[in-house]
Ligand binder design. Structure first.
Ligand SMILES: [Zn+2]
Length: 374
């Protein structure tokens, strides 16, 4: 399903990184470091290359003219730097020390030549992203010189859902400066991780960091989601089981192909049974109030979204899709707070959306039961 990119702004991945290193000062050192890493990676790959499938995706890359000039307007230099970054991306998907996160090696292939240099605002490229993307499954828009055109988005970095467009913008100063400052946005620093994260969305994974709870007016408990590359905007070196299941599920499919499950259509079982336990004893005939925490709000809502009473086995049954998703069907609550009221006592526990989805992704059962042990 293709959706309008501009309706997706609530999902902005508010990456706002500062590239501290100016191109001329830093590129030679980074290249040396990269060469060291590359040797190790190449050796590892040659050992097992024959045993692993490869899921390969082309990414058309658009680059702003000012940054292109930094690379001496030489497409071969840009291609080399892009390949370095995308080799880093492949390594982050693959994992180190013999870990294989996914059922196949995942490779994104940068497609670039001089015709991909744009002489306009990156905002214009973004607005017409579908045209620029053409028949490629993914478009990466890079702007290393923000502010040289009117109306450019400053200090942001995000993915356009539904159109598979990833933007990588940076002015390094958090403010427009009339295009005076141009950064080596294809340097190693943070760029590889940011592309990895954004393409993780394109493969079907939501922002796990958006599920964090920092403010809770109900009971003051906070919640930290599972460790994952999708739990930070850039950085990290591991993929959660949740992300692995979602990405494996899509194999080498892309949007529009039968069987592809996009990010905005999260998978859920038909029913969810929650069994409330105190130790091993069911908490029967207890009231259960459910409070939501909207993605990116980091806050539990003041009012409950629904209430249930446990049966004699301590169970309640609900529709997880209607609990966790919004009216448009995609993620609304990243986590819910369960308040269990039994006689004079109250118990609390968080239930993140991925704890419901993980067993469903593994077993594909219509009903999933989870024990809530207080
Ligand atoms: Zn993100």
């Amino acid at each position: 399903m293709i959706r309008n990119l501009f309706l997706r702004l609530k999902f902005l991945c508010a990456l706002s990184f500062v590239l501290g290193s100016f191109f001329m000062a830093s590129c030679s050192k980074e290249t040396d470091e990269f060469e060291d890493q590359k040797e190790v990676t190449a050796d590892d790959e040659s050992d097992i290359a024959s045993e692993r499938d490869v899921w390969s995706f082309d990414v058309k890359v658009m680059l702003d003219r000012a940054t292109y000039k930094l690379y001496f307007s030489d497409a071969d230099i840009v291609k080399k730097k892009l390949q370095e970054r995308f080799d880093d991306v492949a390594a982050l998907y693959k994992g180190k020390n013999g870990i294989n996160f996914f059922d196949a090696d995942i490779k994104f292939n940068p497609i670039f030549d001089e015709s991909n240099v744009y002489d306009s605002s990156s905002e214009d490229v973004f607005v017409n992203g579908l045209t620029y993307r053409g028949d490629y499954p993914y478009l990466l828009i890079i702007d290393g010189c923000i502010g040289d055109y009117a109306g450019e988005r400053v200090h942001s970095d995000w993915t356009g859902w539904g159109q598979e467009i990833v933007c990588l913008f940076d002015n390094g100063l958090s403010a427009a400066d009339d295009g005076k400052t141009v950064y080596d946005i294809l340097s190693k620093y943070k760029t590889s991780e940011a592309i990895t994260h954004e393409l993780g969305h394109a493969r079907g994974v939501p922002d796990i960091y958006a599920m964090e709870v920092k403010t809770n007016p109900i009971c003051n408990l906070i919640f930290s989601p599972v460790k994952c590359i999708m739990n930070v905007c850039w950085g990290g070196d591991s993929w959660s089981e949740y992300a692995q299941l979602l990405i494996n599920r899509n194999k080498d499919l892309v949007r529009g192909e039968p069987g592809f499950c996009p990010l905005e259509e999260p998978p859920f079982p038909e029913t969810l049974t929650l069994k409330m336990l105190k130790g091993e004893q069911p908490i029967s005939n207890a009231k259960v109030n459910i409070y939501g925490s909207v993605m990116y709000s980091y806050t539990v809502e003041n009012n409950s979204v629904s209430s249930y009473t446990t049966d004699e086995d301590g169970c309640i049954q609900l529709n997880p899709e209607s609990l966790f998703t919004g009216t448009n069907g995609d993620y609304k609550y990243g986590v819910v707070l369960l308040e269990i009221v039994s006689s004079e006592e109250k118990y609390y526990d968080f239930l993140p959306v991925y704890e419901v989805q993980i067993p469903y992704l593994k077993e594909a059962k219509d009903n999933i039961q989870l024990d809530i042990v207080t």
